[in-house]
Design a protein around this ligand. Structure first.
Ligand code: AMP
Ligand code: TRP
Length: 331
């Protein structure tokens, strides 16, 4: 049986970028792969690497879980749970942190980027976070880990940490492989199509969140930046705005870019925008309806309870063995 593990950090409102780049991909993977067990957790411990407002963190944690389910995640196939509810993540995180070198963590580009944007009070878990991420993965003996390309380096470090641990303490961890989407899977800001559409910048004109209403969606798509070529073609360098609109269209419809291009070759930018707004509305409104039902329901709570129990059972055994391996405990 193959195992796939992934996590998503519950910071800020979810965006169309998250839906296309992470949520829909995971749901598709779950539909396409047979004989596979899926683990998906909301990485709330990772959210603490930057200052959070407690009630917002709690809300975002549940929002992410509900959105995955609303988007079609099947709780029969996927163990969905909240990271902090399975305390073994933190426990193994510490054991792995004690097998990770300062130099390795100093090389992480995400750490360098994020810490260079702050000049004081950088939280120390921002630095050690890749060891916790390694624990998230290695706890479950994952074969594959679907992540965005920004996480590739963390996954390589996970492999290095696992190999080192295996070397010192004899074979113990499975070495995981990443599953990284091909280029084009990155959705850009509608106002600035060379910048990633991101939920960290509070929902501005260039970012469609999964909670936007019909009017907001239409307005944001209508005012998306394009260019003066007046030709619909896929060229992310020369025409990043149009390429982004095509990517969003293809991403939601789960079609190839060429298929969408064929439909719009002789049409105007206005046609493309009007239709795209329609496509987004048709995707998001039913998603929101399912989300609203779920967020209030016992179903969501039951799924998370069941997920926690199942994950805990596996994680508990793995950590017990890991502690023995490194010499902790009385016997
Ligand atoms: P983040 O929101 O940056 O924590 O990312 C959560 C997940 O959503 C990761 O798997 C990202 O790769 C994916 N993601 C976030 N923003 C985008 C985007 N603009 N385009 C595509 N994927 C994204
Ligand atoms: N670090 C990932 C991100 O920021 C989220 C994450 C945490 C993760 N633990 C993980 C992803 C384990 C895959 C596997 O997107």
């Amino acid at each position: 049986m193959t195992r796939i593990v992934s996590g998503i950090k519950p910071t800020g409102s979810l965006t169309l970028g998250n839906l296309i780049g992470a949520i829909k991909r995971f749901v598709r993977l779950q539909e396409d792969m047979e004989d596979t067990e899926f683990f998906l957790f909301i990485a709330d411990l990772h959210a603490l690497t930057s200052r959070q407002i407690p009630h917002k963190l709690r809300k975002h944690t549940l929002d992410v879980a509900a959105m995955y389910l609303a988007a079609g995640l099947d709780p029969e196939k996927t163990t969905l749970f909240i990271q902090s509810e399975v305390k073994e993540h933190a426990e193994l995180g510490y054991l792995l942190q004690s097998n990770t070198y300062m130099g390795e963590l100093e090389r992480m580009t995400q750490y360098k980027d994020k810490s260079s944007k702050q000049n004081q009070n950088i939280i120390s878990s921002l630095f050690t976070y890749p060891a916790l991420m390694a624990a998230d993965i290695l706890l479950y003996d994952a074969d594959y880990v679907p992540v965005g390309d920004d996480q590739k380096q963390h996954l390589e470090l996970t492999r290095d940490i696992a190999e080192r641990f295996n070397h010192y303490y004899h074979d113990f961890f499975k070495i995981p492989e990443p599953i990284i989407p091909k280029v084009g899977a990155r959705i850009m800001d509608l106002q600035n199509p060379t910048k990633k559409m991101s939920k960290s910048e509070d929902s501005d004109k260039g970012c469609i969140t999964l909670f936007d209403n019909e009017k907001q969606i239409r307005k944001k798509v209508r005012s998306a930046v394009t260019d003066s070529y007046r030709k619909i073609a896929y060229d992310p360098v020369k025409q990043p705005g149009i390429a982004n609109l095509l990517n969003i269209y293809a991403g939601i419809r789960e079609e190839k870019i060429e298929t969408i291009l064929d439909m719009y070759e002789d049409k105007t930018y206005k046609d493309l925008k009007e239709d795209l707004a329609e496509v987004i509305v048709a995707e998001l409104l039913p998603l929101q309806e399912r989300y609203h039902k779920l967020i209030k329901s016992d179903t969501l709570q039951d799924i998370l309870d069941k997920g926690r129990e199942y994950a805990q059972n596996i994680a508990f055994k793995k950590v017990r063995k890991a502690k023995r391996k490194v010499g902790l405990g009385r016997k």
